[in-house]
Design a protein around this ligand. Sequence first.
Ligand SMILES: Cc1cc2nc3c(=O)[nH]c(=O)nc-3n(C[C@H](O)[C@H](O)[C@H](O)COP(=O)(O)OP(=O)(O)OC[C@H]3O[C@@H](n4cnc5c(N)ncnc54)[C@H](O)[C@@H]3O)c2cc1C
Length: 646
Amino acid sequence: MKSDKNNENKADLSKKDKELGMHRKIDRRDFIQDISLASIALALPGISFAQVNEQPTDSSTKKNYPPSRTGLRGSHPGAFENAHKMAREGKSWKSGKNTGESYDLVVVGGGISGLASAYYYRKQHPSARILIIENHDDFGGHAKRNEFHQGGEMRLSWGGTMNLEFPMFSDNVNAFLTEIGVNIPDLVKQTNFDYGFDGKNGPAIYFDKQTYGKDILSVPCNFRGFSLTKLAEKIHEFPISEESKTSLKAFIELRTDIRKSMTDDQVHQMMHKTSYIDFIIKYGKVTAEAAELFVKTTDGYWGVSAHSLSVAESVDSGLPIEHILGGDPIEISNRSVGGTVAMFPDGNASIARLLVRKLIPTVTSGKETDDIVSAKFNYSMLDKKDNRINLRLNSTVINVQHEKDKKSVSISYIKDNSILKINAKHCVLACYHSIIPHICPELPDKQKQAARYQVKRPLILTNVLLKNSKAADILGISGAYCPGRMHGACWLVKGVESPDYKHDWSDDGPVAMMFWGTIAADKKGLSIKEQHRNSRRQMLELTFEDYEREVRSVLDGMLGPAGFDAKNDILAITVNRWPHGYAYDYLDLWDPEWPKGGAPHEIARKAFGNIAIANADAGANAYTHVAIDQANRAVNDLIQMNKSSV
Ligand SMILES: Cc1cc2nc3c(=O)[nH]c(=O)nc-3n(C[C@H](O)[C@H](O)[C@H](O)COP(=O)(O)OP(=O)(O)OC[C@H]3O[C@@H](n4cnc5c(N)ncnc54)[C@H](O)[C@@H]3O)c2cc1C
């Protein structure tokens, strides 16, 4: 959000707020009915009642059903405060009360990697007793779904990870997915979705009034994966100076190979040591004002801005590059922005749900993949004394250490303000690398230092349930790039179906508009890791009202001319904050090249005694298939360690 937007006086703001419907009762403002959340607020001094108030339970069923909660989700209030006390304030706790519970395996983190670790371990040890401990009120980590019931029929959207990038899968991942019932060709068939480039409608660029002086919607138009010829035809509509328009048009229409006069070293320098923004200014000769329009194009896809990506990395993002490197611009226009992917209607939450059902069959009925999307999970069955495998939510692990005899591990965690201690033969840390040095201080210093290197990239994903897509249909858009706004992009969520869930593009009922991106650092000159920390701080400081005002303003300005009424046409809002989002992958402009085996993630993931390390960070790549491969490696590490200690 731009800081210079608040020059209107307070009276104007409150008038504008009324027009936007900020005073309207929508689902997230329902009064708190979930006692467990109220008790979290009372137990944790860092959380105000107001924050918990933004965290309602499912008002349609009045039941504890985390996927249908609206308000602040993702990293929700109550999930992260203890971890932050430990990591930021250096707080330590006295040893917890030993509950006497003992397991073969305890997994820290209930994301895809943690769930897959439990799955792989059980494969090796079919009668093993396993406990998965997760600090959020729902399982899946980033693989969360947002359920909406406010318009009648259930409508789904992604709360975090969306697609399966199956062309990149290893044999191991293919085998794993087949075992849990995922059929990629079936998923591809049911996926008619391309991130705002879909159906009868097209992509757009929305220039907002607060940033650019007036609301302008350029349709069809985009900077990524879009025909350069069509883009050139739209530039006259852009709210920038004539000089900037001319420079941008000249760049887009240029057909050359600027490498012709360069040495190999110069080409390398340009491709790997120049940011995309600097590249288009220096080699594309666009003005700084025109270049600024591209800054947020890579926010969602990479978790970093186009200032932070090299030219080589930006090629993958479908940005205009190849036409001045002797490439074929048609290729760019034909490229699908989302790449070749397969999807469930709730994204990779279905992978998490399939895994949980395999591990704890009593949690829901059904056993086919065809019914997983509509299956209702009974969360009270996740953690039962008689289960062989349990999943314990709302619990933050604060210490993992070997017992004196080195044959087992003690694990301490905080739940409901109590510190509890349990014991396990093995432990898999499937949480983030950056928290591992705090919860496992006995690791070698070199390993802890390596784990600290990876700072996850924050991401924000806000779902707004609209009464219908009528205004978007009138305007002919299914999504838009928003260069001036907090979320760099938004798109309608339709067209991903399953045998038990239908929502195609002809449906004229309620539909989620998903807003997607990352919050830009509010200071210049920061390193990439400082940018992530700055973005994370802002993300956690903003209130629900800030996010609500932001998405209402965008919808009002973008769809208002086609009759959209922000006061009446918004049914619910769910803000998924991911301050620890994408795993840290190494970028040309920010990271050195590491010798084989010497990269931070390779050092950080080494097993130590009876403790192994999974999570996408361990593969330095933010993908579901990486999280699965790393779970497999971590469980194999435990087996190897056991063999060598015999
Ligand atoms: C918004 C978003 C969109 C994405 N989209 C895609 C996509 O479309 N396709 C794709 O392949 N990948 C995508 N990803 C990448 C995604 O991170 C991986 O695919 C994968 O889900 C990571 O799983 P994980 O188990 O390694 O980590 P996580 O999902 O982060 O799970 C780790 C879990 O451990 C918990 N934890 C941490 N510390 C503790 C503690 N001390 N005690 C207890 N629990 C703890 C965390 O809260 C978390 O729930 C996306 C990520 C984000 C954030």
